[in-house]
Design a protein around this ligand. Structure first.
Ligand code: ATP
Length: 372
């Protein structure tokens, strides 16, 4: 590792190098990850995401593996170092919440704190329960909780161990779509308010674009791309079935006015006005979420259209290798990125090219909003 790498490590960054072979599969990764924020490991089934996570957790042992986190060395086979899982300061959340069914929610959380052996954790506990909105569930038993509530308790339990690192393996995969959307905002809060790195395994582009600061794309055990989710997912989403429908944009915008008569809210964004088909009365800022497939493009400002949200931008990148669909990445006025998924036919017929100024059209009813 060079000098730059050493400096990064001082900030709590993670260095992970694993080579591990199973019959018919070989993991070969060498990664440096930031010391905070959410890094998603994204890839199709069997690409090695869980295996990579298991190596980080110490549940699988790569024969010449290396794992450093901050100043700590958890694995350095060249020096004979391998810290067992239970001695690694990490929290883990799996697809299935795996709460102890013989303990109440409170009992499950107490268990997390016993592991931490830190009485000071008590202070953080209330804040965490509030952040995950589980305080009212304390006396309930796990089998009376919804899937989303169970996952939130599992996340709190993992965090109460005061980990240096949080590992999440498809934490939303066992939930139905509605519940997934319920839990996503909590994960977004954790990302924004926690000061530890989170490694988040997922094959759902929607989760990755909403939650991750950076995506590492795995395919057949190797890293094939990494970068900001909106930069890498338009092409990487093809690796997973139905993935192209999961690329999602999120824009921050300021609430300007609520039109009570029509039940709509106007928001200001540097690229244009955003209209939401809902009343946002309690907040001044909102995070507006829209699927790439809900964003249409026009080369001239359309006049007679029902679409109320028209944003101005310039084409920065075109991803059009797949047969029918093209992903067009815009830089909007103000600097935000926006990805639109259109047919390749439309791309050609409109003669869209990198550098062209375009208008992005989003139906208000396709917009999802939430307070910041
Ligand atoms: N203990 C093991 N012994 C043998 N092969 C294994 C073992 N663990 C994983 N594999 C194989 O390694 C490959 C990668 O598996 P892994 O679970 O890491 O993929 P994944 O990307 O997490 O997939 P999914 O999204 O389906 O969970 C698969 O082919 C799997 O069968």
């Amino acid at each position: 590792m060079g000098a730059a790498g050493t400096a990064a490590m001082a900030n709590g960054a993670i260095a992970a190098r694993f080579r591990l072979a199973y019959p018919g599969f070989a993991l070969d990764i060498d990664l440096e990850l930031p010391g905070r924020g959410v890094t998603a490991l994204f890839g199709p089934s069997g690409s090695g995401k869980t295996t990579a996570l298991r190596c980080i957790a110490g549940l699988a042992r790569a024969p010449d593996g290396l794992l450093k986190i901050g100043g700590d060395v958890w694995q350095d086979e060249a020096r004979g170092v391998f810290v067992p899982t239970h001695r690694r300061a990490l929290g883990m959340v799996f697809q299935d919440a795996s709460l102890f069914s013989h303990l109440t929610v409170k009992g499950n959380l107490d268990y997390g704190m016993t592991r931490a052996r830190v009485t000071a954790a008590e202070a953080g506990r209330d804040a965490l329960c509030e952040m995950l909105d589980i305080a009212a569930l304390a006396e309930r038993w796990p089998d009376t909780l919804s899937g989303g509530e169970r996952q939130r308790v599992a996340i709190a339990r993992a965090l109460l161990t005061r980990p240096q690192l949080l590992l999440m393996d498809e934490p939303l995969a066992s939930l139905d779509v509605a519940r997934r959307l319920d839990v996503l905002p909590y994960l977004e809060r954790l990302r924004d308010e926690l000061d530890i790195p989170i490694i988040y395994v997922s094959h759902a582009p929607e989760e990755v674009t909403r939650i991750a600061d950076e995506a590492v794309v795995l395919d057949r055990g190797r890293v094939v791309a990494r970068g900001a989710p909106l930069d890498v997912l338009p092409s990487a989403s093809r690796l997973v079935e139905g993935g192209r429908f999961g690329v999602v944009n999120a824009l921050k915008a300021r609430v300007v006015a609520v039109d009570e008569a029509y039940g709509v809210t106007r928001l200001a964004h540097p690229a244009g006005e955003i209209l939401i088909a809902a009343r946002l009365t309690t907040q001044r800022e909102a995070r507006v979420v829209m699927r790439a497939t809900d964003v249409a493009l026009a080369t001239a400002e359309p006049r007679d259209t029902s679409v109320r949200t028209i944003l101005r931008g310039r084409i920065e990148k075109i991803d059009a290798t797949e047969s029918a669909l093209a992903f067009v990445t815009l830089t909007l006025i103000g600097g935000d990125r926006l990805v639109s998924a259109i047919t390749r036919l439309a791309l050609d017929e409109l003669r869209l090219t990198v550098g062209a100024d375009v208008f992005a059209l989003v139906k208000s009813v396709a917009l999802d909003e939430r307070g910041l």
